[in-house]
Design a protein around this ligand. Structure first.
Ligand code: HMG
Length: 391
């Protein structure tokens, strides 16, 4: 069998939450000068899940338009990447498989390595498609980023899901070899099983991210990757959008280039539109950067995009994708903008109440407040089981 067929992202769709908290509201509550949020970290607002939303409802909402457009006959694998897992045993992907009515002849698995998980899922999907080009893989990245109230991390929360259909002859982006890889055992950000909120050493996490940029780029070069000048834009993991600017400045410095403000803006500027209003969506964030770029940039057909995926702890990967001619006919720009615009702003007390909510753990029957207007909801808990509902 020939191995030279193109494999990559055939379709991409994202969903986010019912509610949003503007940073101006958070700043007013905690007395922060708003410039720190809007300019210092580059964030305008963050997505806040309703009481009846979770990683499954967002994932199903992101993936449903993909199966509606392409059918599910060729999907034999679903890889669900998340670090806000809802169960230690069962993959969240199995709930999505059921909600979407995917064929039973399908493998479903959950993957974790902080924000890097979706990139592992994408690369594993490519391996599966290379083995059998007739198959497609549904890759889903879905996360809720939650830090303690009144902590520095609070301003970098968010939530979203990205679904990607991976297969041969992709309509959007061909994913190339090689990849540059980097792993280092650091405690910059982690969440022990008994905690709902992440623990983080903020400044250490930024340093660890920048070291990972350097390490994965170095390996990318050693593996025969493209030179920096060939890239039209760079999609970085964006825990907050200013981080992409810091990362690219660091990469330019490392490569001995001038860190010209305009050059950095050209490389990053069109990748931040969704993350700046959604906040950190962990595994989904780097692919929201791709969605923003494809939805906004002038024609990128034939151009190379650099991807830098970082997950605390830490693992990073740098790889390239080439945008496929004709890709614009396959974008979901209007739906993506609608997913962002449909969110209802909440005031500080409502946000705090949602943040402090946790699901009952007594195994009883509990209906969930009906808040979301999205296509899927977490309707109840019963006997320690999550009961989902399709509208
Ligand atoms: P902080 O202590 O609240 O803020 O922490 P700061 O004092 O560092 O200020 C932030 C920036 O705002 C600074 O800019 C200030 O100068 C500027 P910088 O020096 O960095 O360029 N600033 C202002 N600018 C304009 N007008 C003003 C003003 N005031 C200050 N008035 C921090 C910020 C991001 C560290 C915190 O929110 C945090 O801990 N967040 C969580 C950790 C995080 O996001 N780390 C990112 C790298 S790790 C990662 O990406 C992985 C992750 O996604 C998890 C995973 O992999 O699963 C987190």
């Amino acid at each position: 069998m020939s191995n030279d067929f193109a494999i990559g992202i055939h379709d991409l769709s994202f969903a986010t939450t019912e509610f949003t908290l503007p940073h101006a509201v958070l700043a007013e509550y905690n007395g922060t000068e708003i410039g720190k949020y809007h300019v210092g970290i580059g964030q305008q607002s963050m997505s806040v899940p309703a009481a009846d939303e979770d990683i499954v409802t967002m994932a199903a909402a992101a993936a449903a338009p993909i199966t509606a457009r392409h059918g599910a006959d060729r999907i034999r694998t679903v890889v669900f990447a998340t670090e806000s897992s809802i169960d230690q045993a069962k993959s969240a992907g199995v709930y999505v498989h059921s909600l979407l009515g995917l064929p039973s002849a399908c493998r479903v698995v959950e993957l974790k390595q902080a924000c890097y998980g979706a990139t592992a899922a994408l690369q594993f999907a490519i391996g599966l498609v290379r083995r059998d080009p007739a198959q497609q893989v549904l890759v889903i990245a879905s996360d809720v980023s939650k830090y303690d109230l009144d902590s520095p991390g609070e301003a970098t929360q968010g939530a979203a899901a990205v679904a990607m259909l991976v297969g041969v002859d992709p309509a959007l982006v061909r994913i190339e070899e090689p990849s540059g890889l980097f792993t280092a055992d650091v405690m910059d950000f982690w969440r022990p099983n008994y905690r709902e909120t992440a623990l983080v050493d903020g400044q250490e996490s930024i340093t660890a991210y920048l070291q990972a940029v350097e390490g994965s780029w170095k390996d990318y070069g050693e593996q025969g990757g493209r030179p920096l000048e060939e890239f039209a834009a760079f999609c970085y993991h964006q825990p907050f959008t200013k981080m992409a600017y810091k990362a690219h400045r660091h990469l330019l410095n490392y490569c001995g280039y001038e860190t010209d403000k305009d050059a950095i803006e050209d490389a990053i500027g069109q990748t931040t539109a969704y993350n700046t209003v959604i906040g950190n969506s962990y595994t989904a964030a780097v692919y929201l950067a791709l969605a923003a770029l494809l939805d906004q940039a002038d024609d990128l057909a034939g151009r190379s995009i650099g991807f830098l995926s970082y997950g605390s702890g830490s693992v990073a990967e740098f790889f390239a994708g080439t945008v496929v001619p004709g890709y614009r006919q396959h974008l979901r720009t209007a739906a993506h903008r609608a997913a962002v615009d449909r969110r209802k702003p909440v005031g500080y007390p409502e946000y705090r109440e949602l943040h402090e909510r946790s699901l009952p753990a007594d195994g009883g029957d509990h209906l969930t407040p009906s808040q979301t207007t999205g296509p899927f909801r977490l309707a109840a808990l019963s006997g320690h089981k999550r009961i989902y509902e399709t509208r």
